[in-house]
Write a protein that binds this ligand. Structure first.
Ligand code: HEC
Ligand code: HEC
Ligand code: HEC
Ligand code: HEC
Ligand code: HEC
Length: 325
């Protein structure tokens, strides 16, 4: 073959491929009327009412309006706090990179676009073959379900690092495995729970740890707390969370005496220099032995506080166990 013949051959092959591409373009489903995906999460709500209802009850939806956050950030006069509480889409940042605040729809906190919007266009989904005709242009994107996506905001106190260091048995579930369990959507399709249940949900707290107690001998009793339900520390993330072990005994008249403090699980604030981190790592057991009050019955309980200083009446009781029947 001569040089010119060769070039003509490539040209012909190129034309054929181009023709094929044009035919493919014609055969592909027509792009939806709304070619660009919604620019506000407001729009997602009406087309995805099931997800919207769950998300609305989540702390992600509360992130900007949350009175606790308002108080600590002086109503976001500390603008540093906007970054994760009213973020731009996290997929627009490299994994592990700090996210930045957005201007629009701040009241929606960690909204749909925060997790789903792709910088390349469309919304991210885990489905392999999403419905390409949908107005939001869903695209399969493995980044959505990756731990790094949650880590953009949830590693400032090491939750993702704790997960990486946890036992393979627990790590077998990534964040979604525990915090986005399967739910059924209209039409029998499987979806993922967008309520993100955790510390504000008693049943989830009860799945985190087990409390055991008993008598050792005439003089001594024991108590154990096992973190068997979190692939990270207990409690994790917010330094304001505290979990306390308390014990009380019955006096000779059959009256319960006051609760006594035994132990606190917590990651202290940076300025609490006299305290060390006492969170219970994943898979580990905390145990204690104590002197027994000979006559009386005893019981132990585990309380969970959103703020370390909250009184017992405002704490959640995770578990209670009798020591001697
Ligand atoms: C005009 C209606 C409409 C709007 C607005 C809309 N969607 Fe969709 N969306 C659909 C339809 C229809 C589907 C395909 C059917 C399905 O999978 O639910 C879909 C699919 C999806 C999927 C993939 C679901 C799966 O199982 O693969 C995701 C994720 C999604 N939408 C997120 C969003 C987000 C985030 C927004 C807002 C930015 C949004 N949608 C706005 C109608 C809409
Ligand atoms: C790097 C991301 C990030 C930044 C920046 C950030 N937060 Fe948060 N914030 C979070 C995450 C994630 C949680 C949820 C953790 C949890 O529930 O344990 C949270 C939770 C909180 C809570 C607890 C809310 C509750 O209901 O108890 C408060 C209060 C809070 N943040 C205040 C602030 C303040 C004040 C600032 C600025 C100084 C700030 N945050 C900056 C990510 C961030
Ligand atoms: C853009 C930042 C951001 C991303 C990404 C993010 N979160 Fe959050 N998350 C937050 C903030 C902020 C809060 C706390 C809001 C508040 O309480 O005011 C929070 C709260 C939570 C809570 C606590 C709910 C409670 O009851 O206290 C859980 C659980 C959670 N997120 C899990 C996840 C998981 C799993 C992922 C990954 C799929 C994820 N988050 C992705 C920012 C984010
Ligand atoms: C904190 C991050 C986060 C936020 C906020 C969020 N999603 Fe999702 N969403 C996910 C992840 C992760 C998945 C994929 C789960 C999987 O792998 O199946 C998902 C799955 C979905 C799906 C498909 C599965 C299902 O449950 O039907 C739809 C539709 C969807 N999201 C819509 C929305 C809409 C609408 C909003 C706002 C109301 C929203 N999401 C807010 C992280 C988020
Ligand atoms: C094996 C199940 C499991 C896995 C996997 C898991 N978690 Fe949790 N998570 C829990 C349980 C149970 C709680 C409630 C007890 C607690 O606060 O530690 C919780 C609590 C939380 C909280 C709430 C803390 C608060 O202040 O209310 C956040 C935030 C959180 N997890 C984020 C994550 C992230 C991010 C990942 C992935 C790196 C993850 N979790 C993986 C079970 C799990």
């Amino acid at each position: 073959m001569t040089r010119t013949e060769n070039a003509a051959g490539w040209l012909a092959a190129g034309m054929a491929a181009l023709g094929g591409a044009i035919i493919l373009l014609v055969l592909a489903p027509p792009p939806s009327a709304n070619a660009t995906p919604p620019e506000s999460s407001q729009a997602c709500l009406k087309c995805h009412p099931g997800v919207a209802e769950e998300w609305a009850t989540s702390h992600h939806a509360l992130a900007y309006e949350n009175p606790e956050v308002r108080k600590l950030s002086q109503d976001f006069r500390n603008e540093e706090c906007l970054a994760c509480h009213a973020p731009r889409p996290v997929l627009g940042f490299a994994p592990g990179q700090r996210v930045l605040a957005r201007q629009a729809d701040r009241a929606m906190g960690v909204d749909c676009l925060s997790c789903h919007s792709r910088p390349e266009g469309g919304v991210a989904t885990s489905s392999i073959r999403p419905d390409r005709t949908a107005a939001c242009r869903p695209v399969h994107d493995p980044r959505l379900a990756s731990v790094d996506t949650c880590g953009s905001c949830h590693n400032q106190h090491g939750t993702v690092d704790q997960w990486r260091a946890s036992s393979p048995a627990l790590r077998g579930k990534n964040c979604l495995g525990c915090h986005m369990p399967p739910v059924w959507r209209e039409g029998g399709r499987q979806g993922r729970d967008h309520r993100f249940l955790a510390g504000h949900h008693l049943e989830t707290l009860q799945q985190a740890v087990e409390l055991r107690a008993g008598i050792l001998d005439d003089d001594e009793w024991w108590v154990e707390i096992v973190n068997h339900g979190c692939a990270h520390n207990f409690p994790t993330d917010e330094r304001s969370r505290a979990a306390d072990v308390q014990v009380r005994w019955m006096d000779a008249d059959g009256e319960w005496m006051a609760w006594e403090h035994l132990h606190r699980f917590r990651d202290p604030y940076r300025d609490e220099l006299d305290l060390t981190n006492t969170q219970l790592p994943s898979g580990e057991t905390w145990s204690h032995r104590g002197k027994r009050l000979r006559e009386g019955r005893g019981e132990v309980r585990l309380l969970y506080r959103f703020q370390p200083f909250l009184p017992d009446e405002e704490a959640l009781e995770i578990a209670r166990q009798s020591i001697n029947g």
